[in-house]
Design a protein around this ligand. Structure first.
Ligand code: IFM
Length: 450
């Protein structure tokens, strides 16, 4: 590594995935169905009727995928465990063959010198638990902590970085408020309750880890900085509401022991009366925070936008991804600095960052993806800018290692560094993957040079 390396020596260079998005074989070897299995099999829920039945067939091809990670020089990999593979009905009897898959995956990573970061919950709740109310059931925190304990006991000797929840905001906003993600509820009264149980679940699993774990446990949130469209009071207020709902909703309780006051206005009569004890119990600061960053929002007051009255102002001069997300690297620097200043100097990881741009379904020869490569370059530079401002940034995980199942959008958007031909399961590294490998090899110096 060059002496002039701009990144800390032990910086983690990784890529991220999640179980339902890549594994396939969701019911293999005694696994139970998850809410995503059922949702994807419900007509008109997912574009083109796509499901995770096969996905990237990572369940069978994980060794090859780990070999690809090693070829790219990754020294870290973030993945999630499917709860219902390990506990088919979410509670009770263990499915040893499901657990064995993750044991083999972790061993394969460690054999290649790749540090695993294990997420316990990336949206695929066991369907049996959803039938008991899912995240609306006050027992869900205990179900989650019991499940987490099974994993801690099985893998804490090898996994040093644990994550409780991935993006609780999306679980609630998509799954309980707008109904576009599993379990498909559209109910403003349910949303704050689901959020609260998720935060209780984070606290319960973290407490359990503190009692028996030997390494570090964190939380992963998706953050999106908010900038007012104008300096009018209406736009400034809308920006504060959007910021409270997106950025502070899940962090204020965990770090500061209270919900942002704006939430009571946003939810109106649907906002529950939480007691001081309820809130106190949520204060369970993690050892590190993972930040998933994709875009920003320029905010305008708009009464027709429900429930925030805060609309997104499209910035036509900036590049947008195929999901119409504005590319705005500066937002990554801004949000990292904001987290460090609001919640204190804790270790941070960028646990997801990436872009869906069009790539052909079949790879005939090398795949040039200049927009994704530019996205990666500019966001890594933005991360470096935050590091230089003193943010304690410990690693970067590109989303995603592979093209995969993008939830309600199915397989159409491609986020991968590695192209997947879904008809043949052939993997082909895109130019962005080669670029990232070069950044890793040069320990970041390549970013400065190009
Ligand atoms: O694919 C998702 C991932 O599961 C969670 N974070 C955002 C990604 C892109 O939408």
């Amino acid at each position: 590594m060059p002496d002039s390396s701009p990144f800390p020596t032990n910086f983690l260079w990784g890529a991220a995935t999640s179980a339902y998005q890549i594994e396939g074989s969701p019911l293999a070897d005694g696994a139970g169905p998850s809410i995503w299995h059922e949702f994807a099999h419900t007509p008109s829920r997912v574009r083109n009727g796509d499901t995770g039945d096969v996905a990237c067939d990572h369940y069978h091809r994980y060794r090859d995928d780990v070999a690809l990670m090693a070829e790219l020089g990754l020294n870290a990999y973030r993945f999630s465990v499917s709860w219902s593979r390990v506990l088919p009905t979410g509670r009770g009897p263990l499915n040893p063959r499901g657990l064995d898959f993750y044991q083999r995956l972790v061993d394969a990573l460690l054999e290649r010198g790749i540090e695993p970061m294990l997420t316990l919950y990336h949206w695929d709740l066991p369907a049996a638990l959803d039938r008991l109310g899912g995240w609306l059931n006050p027992d869900s925190a205990h179900w989650f902590a019991d499940y987490a304990q099974v994993l801690f006991r099985a893998l804490d000797d090898r996994v040093k970085l644990w994550v409780t929840l991935n993006e609780p905001w999306v679980v609630v906003d998509g799954g309980y408020l707008h109904g576009v993600l599993a379990p498909g509820q559209r109910n403003p009264y349910a949303a704050p309750l689901a959020a609260h149980q998720l935060l209780r679940a984070h606290a319960a699993a973290t407490q359990c880890y503190r009692a028996e774990g030997r390494h570090q446990i964190g939380l992963v949130v998706n953050l999106e900085p908010k900038y007012p469209a104008t300096e009018t009071v209406a736009d400034l207020d809308a920006t504060m509401r959007a910021d409270a709902y997106w950025n502070r909703y899940y962090l204020d309780p965990v770090f500061l022991g209270g919900y942002p006051p704006e939430l009571a206005d946003i939810f109106g009569p649907a906002w529950p009366d939480f007691t001081a004890d309820d809130l106190d119990a949520l204060r369970q600061p993690p050892d590190f925070l993972g930040i998933n960053y994709y875009s920003r929002q320029v905010v305008r007051h708009d009464p027709s936008d429900w429930p925030l009255a805060a609309a997104r102002v499209r910035q036509p001069r900036n590049t947008h991804t195929t999901l119409d997300w504005e590319v705005y690297p500066q937002g990554l620097t801004d949000i990292l600095e904001w987290v460090a200043s609001r919640y204190g100097p804790l270790p941070l990881y960028i646990t997801e960052n990436g872009a869906a741009f069009y790539d052909p379904p079949q790879a005939e020869g090398p795949i040039a993806d200049p927009l994704r490569q530019r996205y990666l370059h500019d966001h890594l530079r933005a991360a470096l800018a935050a590091l230089r401002q003193g943010v304690d940034l410990r690693g970067y995980f590109a989303w995603s290692l592979l093209d995969n199942f993008e939830w309600g959008h199915g397989f159409t958007p491609r986020f991968g560094l590695i192209h997947v031909d879904y008809a043949t399961q052939q993997r082909t590294c895109k130019a962005s993957a080669r670029f990232y490998a070069e950044v890793i090899r040069s320990h970041g110096s390549h970013l400065i040079d190009v």
